[in-house]
Write a protein of this length. Sequence first.
Length: 265
Amino acid sequence: MDARIVCLVPSITELVCDLGLADQLVGRTGFCIHPWDTVRQIPKVGGTKDVKLDRVRALAPTHAIVNVDENTRETADALREFIPQVIVTHPCAPRDNLDLYRTLGAAFDRRIEAERLCDAFETAYAEAAAAAQRRPERRVLYLIWREPWMTISRDTYISQTLALFGWHTVPADSTDRYPEIDVAAHAGHVDHVLLSSEPYHFKDHHIPEVAAAVPGARVALIDGEMTSWYGSRAITGLRYLQRYVDEDARSADLPDSRRRRDVLR
């Protein structure tokens, strides 16, 4: 009998589809939006943090996929009471994607498809690592929220991914994975401030505000899906970031009025 999968992790919902399992996906969160033409047909069961357990139960799933950062422990424990298989994921660095692909490939008999993704990832990773050897290292403040300002710690997937390109996030040490910060306190200590498109959707009009608080740093928008989404999107993400840092290096020599101030597309 085919699996009946409820996925509560947006990036992994996309991965499930890319493994050829879209017809076995019976439930998703409202944030699971890729690939849209496919997932728009699949019932929503709430958000990542406010899962509607009654909706999940009504779908009679055989498997649920959750994530340590995206979902709560209480949700995972509640799902275990009526779902035979609850798969817990927690990629913390780019190469953790290989284990993620293979874990789902083994769980749903998609080993060949998983290995194809592994091969594509290894190629993109090798290209990124080789190119990084030629670039100067940067100190980066990566903002994910406003009011209060919030950033990421170095043990997060985002930070580890940026580090592959020689962009090292601050603070260097933090007891919180997503600490609240005083943006102005980083003035003179960072080369770049990156404003993510998620979970807070920073836009162009936020750039002057941040630039005034951190004079001397280059401030730009960045596509959060390309930095924070593991799974199959990570392959695209590595290539996006390679272009992003290359464009940054080129624009560093331009006059201030011509420097890039919006997300690379």
